[in-house]
Design a protein around this ligand. Structure first.
Ligand code: NAP
Length: 281
């Protein structure tokens, strides 16, 4: 039976460190504060916002929600973000994505101050990741996957790690972070041929396709370590990862569950970056 790599213990460790940092900041009269910019009433955004606020409340991080009509234009949104950039009471800014189609996402991304860019959208912060400087903000999901690997002492140096995803929010930054750990990284995508041969030859496979139960036993073997980043609904409407978890649990070495794996670490990463932004103010 595979070892189940649960995310909650990883998140708790990050939260413990954050609690100490928040206490120290309090002694200096600083309170980490997250400004959330939400356009419209998308149920997914609202539920994510509620979970962030709940987590922030528990830790002593303040939140301020800036809800705007989804018909706001690019100029008005720029104005709001510039106000938040200059507001000394806001440590970090989170803008829910995707933005409505009429908003120029690139301009918005460039408007957020790199010093408050806790979701790592700004090109300057992404560039740092690609240069191998991991001291600043990082995209939360790939950083969460790295924290899971680190917590469970999964060796990466010299190991073959396959990442099935080439997006800027997951696959590309994750590949850079893995390279910094001296892994030999292969990035796969929808045009990759013989995917199951490649994944079978890997020591660690990170999957982030967004297709429930796509990966069956033909992709893995008894030595496989699987980090499942995918989140989607299966045919019964249940939250599922990319991997057929029940089928693979008895067959592989280590596996993250969905829900309860990488996803449960992501919010803690975001909040730790709000604390980092506050420290740097
Ligand atoms: P995305 O931009 O749609 O990326 C999906 C990737 O999968 C693309 O690189 C795509 O290749 C590749 N792909 C699709 N079909 C494939 C196939 N048959 N074989 C091999 N590769 C294939 O999505 P994303 O925003 O990166 O998110 C990916 C997943 O991660 C989603 O399930 C999302 O919900 C989840 N996610 C989870 C978290 C979390 O905190 N756990 C956070 C963010 C996202 P091409 O590039 O060739 O199209």
């Amino acid at each position: 039976m595979a070892e189940v790599l649960k995310g909650n213990v990883v998140a708790n460790k990050i939260k413990e460190k954050m609690t100490e940092d928040i206490e120290q900041l309090g002694k200096l009269g600083k309170i980490p504060t997250l400004g959330i910019v939400r356009l419209g009433q998308n149920p997914g955004d609202i539920s994510y916002e509620k979970s962030i606020i709940k987590n922030c409340d528990k830790l002593g991080i303040e939140t301020k929600v800036f809800e705007k009509d989804e018909n706001i234009n690019t100029e008005e949104l720029i104005e709001l973000i510039e106000e938040l950039n200059h507001d000394n009471n806001i440590s970090g800014i989170l803008v829910f994505r995707p933005l409505p189609k009429h908003i120029d996402e690139e301009i918005i991304t460039n408007t957020i101050s790199p010093l408050k860019d806790v979701d790592c959208m700004h090109p300057l912060n992404l560039e740092k990741i690609f240069e191998g400087d991991l001291s600043g903000f990082a995209p939360c999901t790939p950083k969460a996957a790295m924290e899971v690997l680190k917590y469970y002492d999964i060796p990466l140096e010299g190991k073959n790690v396959v990442v099935v995803n080439r997006s800027m929010v997951v696959g590309k930054p994750l590949a850079m972070m893995l390279l910094e750990e001296n892994a030999t990284v292969t990035i796969c995508h929808s045009r990759t041929q013989n995917l199951n041969e490649i994944t079978n030859n890997a020591d660690v496979v990170v999957v982030a396709l967004g297709r429930a139960k796509f990966f069956d036993e033909s992709y893995f073997n008894e030595k496989s370590v699987i980090i499942d980043v995918g989140v989607s609904l299966d045919e019964d409407g249940k939250l599922s990862g990319d991997v057929d978890y029940d089928k693979l649990l008895p067959l592989v070495d280590k596996i993250t569950p969905v829900p309860g794996g990488v996803g449960s670490v992501t919010t803690s990463i975001l909040l730790s970056q709000v604390v980092l932004a506050c420290k740097n103010m």
